[in-house]
Ligand binder design. Structure first.
Ligand code: PLP
Length: 459
């Protein structure tokens, strides 16, 4: 059957979600209906509150009653103001002064790139132009976001992206499972990466470098390796030393997914005074009920605008959209009231711990890594040598199909960089409402999936 939704598979549908309640969903694939599927990835680490949340349904009805659209270039929605205050108040004191609400993570990163560019112009430093991001990183699918992304997905578009040779520079990814040397500690490995970042800046003339952007913890590119404390701190220090903007992308890892009772993932690794200068957020912000994401702006950038033109170039029609902001505020209020970030941190760590133990002897699970509500299984052909599966086998997506047979929805993919290296990962990002009983059942189903998948590969 062909699909009339023009999407990633264009003509061949993968699977379609029919309904959902809590952490469970109903999925249809090739004419077969799967009920009570545990949604272990909530879309793409989006659905913090799970599906069919009646409080949010009511909040949506209420928001619809009062909704008044206003063009953000002229009149700002009060809901946007309230959401900004609510969110910023929950971040470390003084970290952020202002928020721009967009409709997607890609758009947030796109806007952040422009804000930082304008910041350099406001301070009379037009020569500060270059942007450093990580090899194999993912920051979204719009052209600016792809320009700072580092995977093979951008290759077909290189000619129309931001200059990949002179403006968008790449530093090595943080990927200890494959890149740490024998005998090296995690901190030493991180230091090696920091040294190479500093080298890259020096070689490219620090006066021409504008910013460094990383995910606080990567998600869909290499799957949730946990950095040691010296890594992000080292990037912050390098940015201070060379007068660069330090940006974190927390579209996937942030807004409560990986912090024990708090919103920002970077707080696991950085003191409040080392806060990033600018940060993108998304996904769990609206829990998938509305299409909302954002850019949080710290005092350094905010003050440059306040003392300069005071104007950000780029009022888009649906920025700070009233309905989206009202619903996102209701989502965030519920998450805070029920302390759900603490719950997902605890339950996620329990899930990771159980999977690490249960899969220790698996031939094909080379690594189980993660923190809080964000975990990854790395799938390998040979665990002792970490040999990869041939990328043409598309093991990642086949594993996701196998998981669906065991009533688990997870994100399976074959990642890669632009030099031809590949890897297969299965990413888990459950809803914040997951319980201990759910974790038990989910882990049982994943272990069964691994067993059956291993057997199928052997035959
Ligand atoms: N940045 C990161 C780290 C992401 O994981 C994603 C999406 O997966 C994006 C940006 C893009 O967000 P969106 O799909 O909402 O445009």
């Amino acid at each position: 059957m062909s699909s009339q939704v023009f999407h990633t598979t264009v003509t061949k549908p993968k699977a379609s979600a029919k309904d959902g309640k809590g952490i469970f969903m109903t999925v249809e694939k090739d004419g077969k209906v799967y009920t009570n599927v545990i949604d272990a990835i909530t879309g793409a680490a989006v659905g913090s509150l799970g599906w069919g949340d009646t409080d949010i349904q009511e909040a949506m009805a209420e928001a619809a009653k009062h909704h008044t659209y206003s063009f953000p270039g002229c009149i700002v929605s009060t809901a946007a103001e309230e959401l900004s205050k609510f969110y910023i108040d929950q971040c470390p004191k003084g970290a952020f002064k202002s928020a721009l609400w967009t409709c997607s993570g890609s758009e947030s990163n796109e806007n952040a790139l422009k804000i930082v560019r304008q910041y350099q112009l406001e301070r009379g430093r037009p020569e500060k132009l270059k942007i450093i991001s990580r090899e194999a990183s993912y920051h979204g699918f719009t052209l600016g976001a792809m320009s700072i992304g580092g995977g093979p997905r951008g290759v077909p578009f290189e000619d129309i992206m931001i200059d990949q040779k002179n403006v968008c520079l790449k530093m090595p990814m943080f990927y200890p499972y494959r890149r740490m040397k024998d005998g090296e500690t995690l901190e030493q490995y991180a230091q090696r990466l920091l040294d190479s970042l500093e080298q890259l800046i020096i070689e490219n003339d620090p006066n021409t470098v504008s910013m460094v952007i990383v995910e606080s913890m990567s998600g869909s590119s290499i799957g949730t390796p946990v950095p040691p404390k010296n890594y992000l701190k080292g990037i912050r220090d390098i940015c201070n030393k060379y007068d660069l903007i330090f940006m974190v992308d927390e579209v996937m890892c942030g807004t409560g997914r990986i912090n024990d009772g708090k919103l920002c993932c970077w707080e696991n690794f950085l003191a409040p005074e080392d806060a990033p200068d600018i940060q993108s957020v998304g996904k769990t912000l609206g829990s998938g009920y509305v299409t909302i994401a954002g850019v949080l702006v710290g005092p350094k950038i905010y003050n440059a605008f306040a003392e300069g033109s005071g104007v950000i170039v780029g009022a888009q029609t649906y920025h700070s959209h009233d309905f989206n902001c009202r619903v996102a505020l209701a989502v965030q209020q519920k998450v805070l009231k029920q302390n759900l970030t603490a719950n997902v941190f605890k339950m996620g760590n329990l899930m990771g711990d159980k999977l690490q133990k249960a899969l220790v002897d698996s031939k094909i699970v080379g690594d189980v890594r993660g923190l809080g509500g964000f975990w990854t299984l790395e799938l390998v052909k040979d665990k002792s040598t970490k040999e990869i599966f041939q990328p043409s086998l598309k093991i990642g997506s086949r594993f996701a199909n196998a998981a669906l047979e065991h009533k688990v929805n997870l994100m399976g993919l074959t990642g890669g960089n632009t030099t031809g290296e590949t890897w297969d990962i299965a990413v888990l990002g459950p809803s914040f409402i997951i319980t201990e009983k759910d974790v038990e059942l989910l882990c049982e189903r994943i272990v069964e999936t691994v067993k059956d998948f291993t057997k199928a590969l052997e035959t």
